[in-house]
Design a protein around this ligand. Structure first.
Ligand code: BYC
Length: 333
């Protein structure tokens, strides 16, 4: 069974260095394939550490998609129109699909989806910090689509060229859907920002609360990132956390300006020399606290996932009974 890695950051870095020091011929040939931009497929040789890194990242990603349904699910019954409700339900359903592609991609690496899900339910698995924040007003649904899906696309488009074939292929479809999610979020924000004074205030309030957590989605600063250097060498990651965070900020500020909303960062300003926006200090203490499971909604999220899983037991049983019946028929024929 795959278990959560409880080693300290220093220990992980030390182990990685030791592993790299003992490069076999197979490992060297593997790295050549990576350097040559070839995809690695499930039955190909891969170093054990590469396999483990992928399982960790893909499983965390799958859990994020599934837990990510909850803050939005909170608003389905209160969507202000039939059109908005349909869009929201379709989006949430897409996230479930993303989770399934990703669990399937993880399974090609020799882990069982049930084991991964169990880890999530036991509170041992990580998922994106962003989903531990509450969705408090209707404009939050717009902000999630615009900012959270916007950050997700920024991170995931490069993953379409990640070195592991099944993960890369899953990402192609995920990104197409995320693009629709981002646009519907921005369109919702536009309706709110250009609406009544009260609606504009709701949109601003949502931006104020989701801005900083969205920047945290990209992970710790490069200097504090445990896995970036090795994951870049293996082309699992194509850009560093800070590079993608900067790309997201640069793309999003003009969008906020078009909405007439103010990004809650007094230090934000265009830097002509760098050709990028400078931005203020991110509260990394808050980030690490949420990673440790101390986020506002952390307990609710796990409780809701466990309840949903238990409520769905009859569906799994019915599917298994149906499959058994089909197999029986096939055996007789
Ligand atoms: N939240 O060495 P680092 C979505 C952990 S779904 C929690 O930089 P890495 C959507 C990290 O796991 C969005 N933990 O890690 C869904 C590591 O701990 P471990 C999800 C985080 O992996 C529904 C430690 O911190 N997207 O968009 O090289 C509705 C050190 O970090 C976070 C993905 O999962 C975090 N934010 O880089 C709407 C994309 N950040 O494992 C939208 C795929 C870091 O050593 N994942 N940690 O115990 C990735 O690209 C990378 O895993 C990350 C982190 C950039 C997130």
């Amino acid at each position: 069974m795959y278990t959560t890695d409880l080693r300290t950051k220093e220990q992980k870095q030390k182990d990685q260095q030791e592993q790299l020091a003992t490069v076999t011929e197979d490992d060297a040939a593997f790295q050549e394939r990576i350097d040559d931009d070839q995809f690695i497929e499930p039955k190909d040789y891969m170093p054990e550490a590469y396999r483990k890194t992928l399982i960790r990242q893909i499983a965390q990603h799958a859990h994020s998609e599934i837990v990510g349904m909850l803050p939005e699910g909170n608003w389905v019954t209160r969507a202000p129109s039939l059109r908005r409700k349909l869009i929201l339900i379709a989006k949430i359903q897409d996230e479930a699909g993303h989770g399934l592609y990703l669990y399937s991609a993880a399974e090609t690496l020799g882990v069982a989806r049930d084991d991964l899900v169990q880890e999530l339910h036991e509170g041992k698995a990580k998922y994106s910090t962003i989903f531990n924040y509450p969705s408090l007003n209707w404009a939050d649904i717009g902000a999630i689509g615009w900012l959270v899906d916007g950050a997700a696309i920024t991170n995931q488009i490069p993953l379409c060229r990640t070195s592991y074939g099944p993960y890369a292929r899953a990402m192609v479809r995920v990104c197409k859907e995320e693009s629709f999610h981002q646009r519907q979020g921005y369109e919702l924000m536009m309706a709110m920002a250009k609406g009544s004074e009260a609606q504009k205030e709701m949109a601003q309030d949502a931006l104020n609360r989701w801005w900083w957590p969205s920047l945290m989605m990209f992970g710790p600063p490069d200097a504090e990132s445990t896995h970036t250097a090795q994951s870049m060498a293996w082309k699992i990651k194509r850009f560093t956390n800070d590079e993608l965070r900067q790309r997201f900020i640069d793309a999003t500020i003009p969008q906020a300006e078009a909405l007439g909303l103010t990004v809650p960062d007094p230090d934000l300003k265009w830097n002509e020399e760098r050709g990028h926006y400078d931005y203020g200090e991110i509260d990394w203490d808050e980030f690490w606290a949420v990673v440790r499971g101390e986020g506002i909604c952390a307990r609710d999220r796990i409780r809701d996932r466990v309840n949903a899983y238990e409520d769905g037991a009859w569906v799994r049983e019915a599917a298994e009974a149906y499959a058994a019946k089909q197999n029986q028929k096939a055996a007789v024929a």
